[in-house]
Design a protein around this ligand. Structure first.
Ligand code: FPP
Length: 247
């Protein structure tokens, strides 16, 4: 394959919204005989590089799976380490992202997050709220099925209260009750979902929104996924023929 140069991809088909399942941090650390958390730290560096590259290539939204509702099952130490990442992220990474016009957003159940995690995220969102560049959307304590259940509760409640009629419930309306409703309407569904580390599944990541997403799997472990790897994924996307059920 011809190596991709550091320039902008000459490809009119840049995905508007990219989702990333950042997998393989633990294995990356293990290969280096280091504790798993070492991989998460390296994963944060990878995220920073990829976010700036995505912004430069014209991607508008990058949703990254940072912590799933199932990740609480991990050893306590690892969970607290991951929960502390946003704190470090705010100090070390947000200033550069802010300079690049990146706006930070979060989806997922925030009520269960430790106070310090939440306040670091809130500060990041506050500082970057007027930025008009790429939206870096963290899926944190996020689970797609839980998101759908919450949406169903809200919809049913509104029907019971008479604020909503059953006939009004269509795909568009359901979309308005999901957490991605904070994104502008055309940007809610990922055009491309990348999963690193060779696993071939979506693991409860944006199940509604991914209905027509192009999927890209790579064996590269997340901490090794760099700008060039991201550009390769964009080029692969540009070669797909998206038909959305048509011919
Ligand atoms: C999956 O690798 C990775 C995670 C569960 C955590 C990802 C988090 C980051 C990269 C940093 C996010 C940054 C902030 C600010 C929240 P794994 O541990 O499942 O790896 P393995 O499959 O090799 O064990």
């Amino acid at each position: 394959m011809i190596p991709l140069t550091r320039q902008k991809i000459q490809n009119p088909l840049i995905p508007v919204h990219v989702g990333i399942i950042m997998d393989g941090n633990g294995r990356w650390a293990k290969k280096r005989l280091k504790p798993r958390v070492f991989g998460h730290k390296a994963g944060m560096d990878a995220l920073q590089k990829v976010t700036i590259e995505a912004a430069n290539q014209g991607v508008k939204v990058l949703t990254v799976y940072a912590f799933s509702t199932e990740n609480w099952k991990r050893p306590k130490d690892e969970v607290s380490f991951i929960m502390n990442l946003p704190v470090e992220f705010f100090d070390r990474y947000v200033p550069e992202l802010h300079k690049n016009g990146v706006k930070i957003a979060v989806i997922g159940d925030r009520s269960a997050l430790p106070k310090a995690t939440l306040s670091a995220l809130e500060r990041a969102m506050e500082v970057t709220k007027d930025n008009t560049g790429l939206v870096l959307n963290f899926a944190l304590n996020y689970g797609g099925r839980a998101e759908l259940v919450t949406a169903i509760h809200k919809i049913v409640r509104e029907v019971q209260e008479g604020a909503l009629n059953v006939n009004q419930i269509d795909e568009d309306l359901v979309g308005d009750y999901l957490e991605t409703a904070t994104l502008s309407k055309d940007y809610r569904d990922p055009d491309l979902i990348i999963r690193t580390s060779g696993e071939l599944r979506l693991s409860n990541f944006l199940p509604w929104q991914s209905a027509y997403s192009e999927l890209y799997f790579t064996d590269t472990l997340w901490p090794d996924f760099d700008e060039a790897a991201f550009r390769e994924a964009l080029v692969a996307f540009g070669q797909r023929k998206r038909r959305f059920g048509g011919v």
